[in-house]
Design a protein around this ligand. Structure first.
Ligand code: FES
Ligand code: FE2
Length: 352
C-alpha cells in the first residue's frame, strides 16, 4: 500500500471556506481551516476578507467582536478597530496626542477569492504579513456570471486523507448508496474508465454515464460526463446535455484539523427544469451525502484501533494516485520547484 504522507494537510493551496451566502454583510464568521483560526467577513463594498482570528493586541478572537457602521471590525476586549485588510485604525483608550503609529499594527490576512458564490481561502506554508499566492484558484468550469447553489455542508469525523479516499472510491457506491430510485446491487457491471492527468490531479475522460444509473435517464438528449479530481480535495463532475446545456456538481473537502474535515457540495445547472426540481434534487444530494457520513462515522470508530490498511488493485488505484500527488506536491513546495504531475494516462476497471 502507498504510505500516507507524514504531512497530512497540504499548504500553498486554496481551500473552500464557505458558501458566499453564509457571509452576510455586517457579520463575522469563524472557520478553522487547516488548523488556522480564521475570521471571514465582507467590507463596505461587499468584498470578502479573511483575517487570522486573533486580535493583535491580546489574542481575543476578532470573530467575537463586531462590524462597525464604518466597516471596521472592532475587537470585543479593548475595542481596537481594524479595516478589512487587518490594518489597525483606532485604539479607543489611546490619548488623542499619542505619537504611536498604530497603522503598523496588523491582524494578518489570508488571500481570499469569491467565485460563483463560493468563498476560497489560500493557506500558505507560513503565514506572514504579505502572503505570496503561488497557486491558481480552482477552475469550476463555469463562466464568471454563473453561480453555484449550495446543497450541503457537513463535518466528517475523519482526516483529509480518509475523507478524500472515501470521496473518490468507486467500490463503496454499490454498498453505501443503495437506493431504489438510483441503482441496485443486482445490476452490477464491469466498468472500464479512462483516466488522464490534469494540472493538479486526474480526470475520468468524457464518457456516456453508466447504463445502470437511472438518475441520468431523466436527462433527455445526448448526455456525457467528465469527472475531475484535484488536490487538495475537490471532485467536480461536469455533465453535458446536448449541445448547450451543462450540469456541474462539485464536492469540496476542507481539513479542519487532524481529525475532522468539512464536506461541501454545490450544484450548477443551465437547465430551467432543475430550478423547478431544486428541492427534490437538494434532498437527493443530502441523502447521498448522509449515506457517506454514516459510513465515515463507522470508519472513525474502526480507526480508533489504528488498524493496518490496504489499497488493493484497480478499484483502489485512485486512492494511490492521491497519495502520489500529495507527495509530489509536498516535495515541490519544500524545494520551491514547479509541481509536476507524476501520473500518466491509465485505464481502470472495476465492478459496480
Ligand atoms: S485584545 Fe483586542 S483590543 Fe485588546
Ligand atoms: Fe459516496
Amino acid at each position: 500500500m502507498a504510505e500516507p504522507t507524514k504531512d497530512l494537510i497540504l499548504k500553498n493551496m486554496w481551500y473552500l471556506a464557505l458558501p458566499g451566502a453564509a457571509l452576510k454583510p455586517g457579520k463575522l464568521v469563524h472557520r478553522t481551516i487547516a488548523n488556522e483560526r480564521i475570521v471571514f467577513g465582507r467590507d463596505a463594498a461587499g468584498s470578502v476578507f479573511a483575517l487570522k482570528d486573533n486580535c493583535p493586541h491580546r489574542g481575543v478572537p476578532l470573530s467575537d467582536g463586531h462590524v462597525l457602521a464604518n466597516g471596521n471590525i472592532q475587537c470585543c476586549y479593548h475595542g481596537w478597530e481594524f479595516d478589512s485588510q487587518g490594518v489597525c485604525k483606532n485604539i479607543p483608550a489611546m490619548p488623542p496626542d499619542s505619537k504611536a503609529d498604530i497603522s503598523k499594527i496588523r491582524a494578518w490576512k489570508f488571500p481570499v477569492s469569491e467565485i460563483h458564490d463560493t468563498v476560497w481561502v489560500y493557506i500558505p506554508e507560513k503565514l506572514s504579513p504579505n502572503v505570496e499566492v503561488k497557486t491558481a484558484v480552482p477552475d469550476m468550469h463555469l463562466t464568471a456570471d454563473q453561480k453555484f447553489l449550495h446543497v450541503e455542508s457537513i463535518v466528517l469525523p475523519t482526516n483529509i486523507d480518509h475523507s478524500v479516499i472515501g470521496l473518490i472510491d468507486p467500490a463503496h457506491v454499490t454498498f453505501v448508496h443503495q437506493s431504489w430510485f438510483w441503482r441496485s446491487a443486482k445490476s452490477l457491471k464491469l466498468k472500464t474508465k479512462n483516466f488522464e492527468p490534469t494540472p493538479l490531479g486526474f480526470k475520468m475522460v468524457r464518457h456516456a454515464p453508466s447504463a445502470n444509473s437511472k438518475g441520468y435517464k431523466v436527462l433527455k438528449g445526448d448526455v456525457s460526463t467528465e469527472i475531475f479530481f484535484d488536490i487538495p480535495g475537490n471532485r467536480l463532475e461536469h455533465i453535458s446535455i446536448g449541445e448547450k446545456h451543462k450540469v456541474i456538481s462539485i464536492t469540496t473537502l476542507t481539513p479542519i484539523n487532524e481529525t475532522s474535515t468539512e464536506l461541501n457540495h454545490f450544484f450548477y445547472s443551465s437547465l430551467a427544469i432543475t430550478r423547478w426540481l431544486w428541492w427534490p434534487l437538494k434532498s437527493l444530494g443530502k441523502t447521498f451525502i448522509g449515506q457517506d457520513v454514516d459510513v465515515f462515522y463507522k470508519l472513525a470508530k474502526g480507526l480508533e484501533n489504528d488498524p493496518t490498511l490496504m489499497l488493493v488493485g484497480e478499484p483502489d488505484a485512485q486512492a494511490r494516485w492521491y497519495y502520489e500527488l500529495k507527495k509530489q506536491w509536498k516535495a515541490s513546495q519544500d524545494q520551491n520547484t514547479e509541481f509536476r504531475n507524476p501520473l500518466r494516462g491509465e485505464t481502470l476497471r472495476w465492478v459496480t
